[in-house]
Design a protein. Structure first.
Length: 120
């Protein structure tokens, strides 16, 4: 198999097909360090284990970084993301703190307003 055929096989397997010229140039260097079979196996693992929120690397970046040697931790051993407070939770907590700290007698203007509103 020629190097061009090897590159085309790599290109078909890689999930993000952009900057083909840069990928071809990087592939020519990378094929001297790893076999096509090793790269294709690593691509399969990359596709299966890459976190959803992260985009796939450009193929040239993946090749130049020798990412076929990357080690992926099993999905079940990843630590769960800590709960991030929603806007509604934050506001509810702020209102609760404000209500606990506020005393009508401590604010003269509020006390006067309450007195005028209740006096008929």
């Amino acid at each position: 198999m020629t190097k061009e055929q090897q590159f085309e096989n790599f290109w078909k397997c890689y999930p993000r097909r952009v900057a083909k010229g840069a990928a071809r140039k990087a592939f020519e260097k990378a094929i001297k360090k790893a076999t096509l079979e090793d790269m294709i196996k690593a691509i399969s693992e990359y596709v299966a284990k890459k976190p959803e929120k992260i985009d796939f690397k450009h193929p040239a970046t993946w090749l130049n970084g020798e990412c076929w040697d990357d080690e992926w931790e099993p999905a079940q051993s990843r630590a769960p993301m800590p709960h991030q407070e929603t806007r509604e939770e934050y506001l509810a907590r702020a209102i609760q703190r404000n209500n606990e700290a506020w005393e009508p007698s401590s604010d003269r203007r509020v006390s006067n307003i309450i007195r005028m509103a209740t006096a008929k």
